[in-house]
Structures are given as C-alpha cells and as structure tokens.
Design a protein around this ligand. Sequence first.
Ligand SMILES: NC(=O)c1ccc[n+]([C@@H]2O[C@H](COP(=O)([O-])OP(=O)(O)OC[C@H]3O[C@@H](n4cnc5c(N)ncnc54)[C@H](O)[C@@H]3O)[C@@H](O)[C@H]2O)c1
Length: 412
Amino acid sequence: MTILIVGLGFVGLTTALGFADKGFQVFGYDSNRTHSDKIHSGEVPFVEPGLPEALGRNLGANFKVVENMDEFTAKADIVFLCVGTPCDESGRADLNDLKSGIDSIADKVNAEGLLVIKSTVPPGTTQKEIIPYVRTHGLKASVAVNPEFLREGWCWSDFTKPDRIVCGIDEGRVIARTLLSELYAPFDAPMHFVTPNTAEFIKYLSNSLLANLISFSNEMAGIAVAAGDVSLGEAFKILHEDNRLSGAGINSYIYPGCGYGGYCLPKDTTALIQSAKSNGFEANILQEVVTLNESMPRLTAEKIIRKTKDKTDKIGILGLSFKPNSDDVRYSPAAKIIEQLLVFGYQNIYVYDPVANDKFKEYYKFPLHYCPTKEDVCSICSVVALVTIWREFKGINKIYPHIVWEDCRYFL
Ligand SMILES: NC(=O)c1ccc[n+]([C@@H]2O[C@H](COP(=O)([O-])OP(=O)(O)OC[C@H]3O[C@@H](n4cnc5c(N)ncnc54)[C@H](O)[C@@H]3O)[C@@H](O)[C@H]2O)c1
C-alpha cells in the first residue's frame, strides 16, 4: 500500500511517521518548502516529544519526503489531507488549503484508492463541498473522513496509542472500509465506521466539550473571586477527587486559568457556531463559551496591572507557548495578555519560555525583552505572571518571595 500525506504539520508528520513505524510505505509532501526541507534533512520543525526519534528511524526507509509533487510519479493507494483549516474572517472554516491540496494530488491517486480528510472540517463539509470539488477534478477514488484527536505535546503517544479511531465513509464504499481497516489494524483501538457527517461532528463534539469545560471553570473562578476568600486551586483539586472525575484524564480541562488557546479550540468553536448558524441553528451556549474566553486575556491583564505601582514597572511573563511540552505559539494566551498590557501602556515586559522564545519573537513581533532564563526574568521584574504551566516553574514563587506574583493558572 502506498500512502501519501499532504501537509506535514503536527497532525500530518505524526500520521506519516505513525504509519511508517508500522511498516507502511509513506510519502509526505508539504507546500512550505522551508518546513519540508527541514524534515527532509532529518529535523522536526517544531517541538514534539517522540517525533525526532520516529523521524530518525523512518526517514529514507519507510518515510520519504516529496519535495515537489511533480516528482511523485507513483499512484497513491491512500492520500491523507492533513492541511490547516483556519477560520476565515467571518469565523467559518477556511477550506482553501484543503482545495489546493486536492488540486496538487488530482492525478496522483489510484482510481481504486482512497482520499482521506484528516483535517478538521464542520459537519457536512465533506459531503457538500469536498466530494463535489474532488469530482470536478475527475478523481474517481473514494473519499473518507478520519478526524484526528491527538494533543500537541503528546502527538506521538496519542497517535500510536489512540483510544478510538473514527472513520466516516459512505455506505457501500467497500474500498474505504477495507483500506482503512488494513491501515489501522496494527493499532490496538476500537474502530468506528460512521457516516462522514457523524465523523466530522464527533471531532467538534470533543473540542466543544473541552472548550465548554474551560470556560465553565473560568466562569466559576469569576464567581469565586467576586465572593472573596475562596482558595480556587484547592477548590478545583477537591472537585477532581469526585469519583466520577478522578482518573478520567479530563481534569486539566476542568480548571480555571487565562482562557483556552492554541490552534484548535478557538477556531473549532467559532467554526462550529458559524456552521450551525448557516444550518439555521443558534449555538447559544457555545457562543457564550467563546465570548467568555475572549474576555479572559483582558481580565488577566487587568489582574496583573492591579499588582503594579505604575506603567514603568517591569512585568515578567513566564511561558509563551499555548501549553507546556510544545513550542506552538498560535493563539497563545500569553500573546493576548501581552497585547493587552501593551495597549494599557506597559512597555517594560520581560518574557521567558523554555522552548518558545524564538518562535514567539518571530510570530508576534512585539517589543519585548526576551530573557534566556527564568532567573533573568525574576531578577529584573517586580511583578511576574505565570502563564504556561511548564514543570520548571513549579514553586518558583518560593525562590523569589519578594516578587509580586500573578499565578494565572493556579499552578504555583
Ligand atoms: N494541532 C492539533 O493539535 C490538531 C489535533 C487534531 C486535529 N487537528 C487538525 O488537523 C489539521 C492540521 O493541523 P496541524 O496542527 O497539523 O496544522 P499545521 O499548521 O501544523 O500543519 C499544516 C501543514 O499543511 C501545510 N500545507 C498547507 N497547504 C498545503 C497544501 N496545499 N499542500 C501541502 N501542504 C500544505 C502547511 O505548510 C503546514 O505545514 C487542522 O485541520 C487541525 O484543526 C489539529
């Protein structure tokens, strides 16, 4: 079986190496040449535990990088589309990368083969938009939906030890079922074959629930702060001891903080609201989840500011990536908080992240002081905010008791 993966980001590179590790012949293509050149030379372009080793094992053997689609002269049996699906200006899922991915592989798929949408798209998208688009290219291959549930920071373990595999296929598409069953046979997880709309919906069901839990926790934190004298971290940790929650692995989402960020939850909640609206349904709860989340950076910046004497104070920010174990800074809460501080006129901001300093600097172009260590931040600043819960920050407030701390994650 020849597998072609289009888009070698967090999802695509993990998928490619995951299948290569199981012995399949995998080719990977990414239209960003700098990114694909790095992979081609054996470097994973982002921080993700387990991927460098998997790339080392498979590059040049089971996994090959295609630098230009013209050089891929074979016909793939399965093509996975793993490109980004950001929100457009109206909040809808933007399908342009998916469509250009389809353009590039139009003559590269076996007629008896399968095109798999792994990118996250709202319910109904594959049936209503992708399949008609694929057919205009004369592509005869079957089309399936196979949403991905991995978490950044845990991509490799989540992909190689999935808790469920969801495949959306049209009834009667024997080829899709056969090929996907063969491909996922080495993975020890329940496989569910559902309709394409159901598969797409399951992904949003999952991400919307997680976003709900985070905004619910932040709303409860607001209620507690208004009431006064509530030990919030303690309250949530005691909640987690409830037998219905303990050990469920979901407690990191049932915890207050400074709002959800990252590449998925913000865009997926917004896209689902827009998709529901275009189908005539108002997703009111989800809209409130988003509204509350969007207010969190300003509320957090105000909390930090209340701890300063004036705008000349030196403020420290510990953590820039949207979560620990990752250098992904897209939609990072730290960026939104810093943006607010700058808007409020605070110019002396000193930041540090164990892995994301360079990416943050390149991505946001904020006028910040980037510090090589957390100790530099703590020796310079009078007020320091803990924004990302990297392990190495645990208890740092005890080492620097003279600093006024704002523990945005109730973590210290
Ligand atoms: N990141 C996650 O944690 C995660 C988890 C589950 C699902 N998803 C979904 O998976 C999809 C991909 O997410 P990601 O985080 O891997 O994105 P990403 O931005 O890390 O990677 C996407 C890659 O696709 C490439 N690309 C764009 N258009 C292309 C084209 N026409 N041809 C070839 N390559 C192209 C980009 O250069 C980029 O490297 C999204 O729909 C996302 O919502 C992401």
